[in-house]
Write a protein that binds this ligand. Structure first.
Ligand code: AOF
Ligand code: ZN
Length: 386
């Protein structure tokens, strides 16, 4: 059993936890709806290694910190304390429980900044650590969840859980005037953003359960909505998102590139077409013939598809994090009806454009935790909504 030095200076623990919380927050747009979490492994009062939750579906901070510690010159026998901004998980989710990894590493003391509000945990992780004879301390002042990860509190809110819908990231590219289509003589009348932005979009697609679009986008852009990553970016685990097209009257052509088999190094899941009940049987057969899964009915009987029913369907299907890549009409509806949790907007250095502009919507909207950055020559805005 590892040695446990008598006490750890509470001021030092608080200082480290605060720093972990600040750095964990930097990954908020990559991990949501999961929490921003940072962890450190200590030997006495020195930090051996730190780890962060960096991507949704990726390793938890505790496991990352232990992995980094294993790469350090300090032997595992000398690790005694773990500091972590959130209670470690005790059940298997997308990754195995962190409590087990902490026990296996011989950690003797765990200091956490917040209890996990996820109803699957809420103290269960702390109890499991205590039962294993590990000293557990909670310092609620150092890195409160309201500061480190407010989106995670909102995600676990009772009302949100009562009527579940997936965490939705609306991504669009726009010109300087907020138009989603460039002038006809630019980028084939379709492309606004540069290569760096496109790679980012492919990485994002690899980190969602599904990409949702509208038939208008299929007809206008004929997108594949697959993941194609250049090799250096593809160190992350790659999965192809399922693809969902909102298409009341089955206008999606069976020749659409959505239905082409993925090429080498390209990943894409099944294509779902969401239509009104009793869609035209000939069109339906043609689409099913090229591999589409056509869904109609269950509340989809109004003139335009009801977004609440659709988002419930997405949730029922087990999708937790989805991306909306659509034209201005569907985007605006989803934004205005409150189905969007996060935006990623690429602004290319292109003037003017065709169709509707979302500029006034963006100006008027309540964005929180905004971040402005660059991807190649494009500007990128990331933010949470609400
Ligand atoms: C994270 N990152 O560093 C920690 C988390 O779906 P999973 O398996 O990734 O589990 C997500 C839950 O795990 C999350 O709701 C939270 O309760 C707990 N802790 N999650 O994504 C982390 N420590
Ligand atoms: Zn965990």
């Amino acid at each position: 059993m590892n040695r446990l030095t008598e006490t750890l200076d509470p001021a030092l623990a608080r200082h480290i936890l605060r720093e972990l919380g600040e750095e964990a927050r930097e990954h908020r747009f990559e991990v949501a709806p999961n929490p921003c979490v940072g962890a450190a492994v200590l030997s006495g009062s020195s930090v051996v290694a730190r780890g962060f939750h960096r991507a949704w579906g990726g390793p938890h901070a505790e496991v990352e910190a232990l992995r980094m510690a294993a790469e350090s010159p300090v032997p595992a026998a000398d690790w005694d304390t773990m500091l972590v901004t959130l209670e470690p998980c005790s059940s298997t989710g997308k990754t195995p429980p962190c409590v087990e990894a902490i026990k296996a590493a011989g950690i003797r003391r765990v200091i956490v900044a917040a209890q996990d509000p996820d109803p699957r945990h809420r103290g269960a992780g702390l109890d499991a650590l205590r039962q294993a004879g590990i000293e557990v301390l909670v310092d609620p002042v150092a890195a409160p969840l309201e500061v480190v990860s407010p989106h995670f509190l909102a995600w676990n809110d009772y009302e949100r859980r009562r009527r579940p819908r997936p965490w939705t990231i609306a991504k669009w590219a726009q010109t300087l005037s907020g138009h989603l289509s460039p002038p006809e003589d630019v980028g084939d009348g379709r492309r606004i953003s540069g290569a760096a932005s496109l790679q980012e979009v492919h990485l994002l697609r690899s980190r969602v359960d599904a990409v949702v679009t509208g038939v208008g986008t299929v007809l206008h852009d004929d997108p594949r909505l697959t993941v194609r990553l250049r090799t250096e970016a593809s160190a992350a685990p790659i999965s192809g998102p399922e693809r969902v097209v909102l298409d009341s009257w089955l206008r999606t052509p069976p020749e659409a590139r959505l239905f082409e088999a993925p090429g080498e190094g390209e990943f894409g899941g099944p294509v779902h077409i969401m239509a009104h009940p009793g869609p035209d049987p000939i069109r339906r057969r043609a689409l099913e013939g090229v591999g589409a899964r056509v869904h109609g009915g269950r509340g989809m009987d109004r003139h335009t598809l009801d977004l609440r029913d659709l988002w419930t369907w997405l949730s029922d299907r087990g999708f937790e994090r989805v991306m909306l890549e659509a034209g201005p009409t569907l985007l605006r509806n989803a934004l205005e009806e409150g189905f969007v949790d996060q935006v990623r907007v690429y602004t290319g250095n292109v003037r003017g454009g065709e169709g509707e502009s979302l500029a006034s919507w963006l100006e008027a909207s309540k964005l929180t935790e905004r971040l402005h950055r660059e991807a190649g020559a494009d500007g990128v805005l990331e933010a949470f909504l609400g």
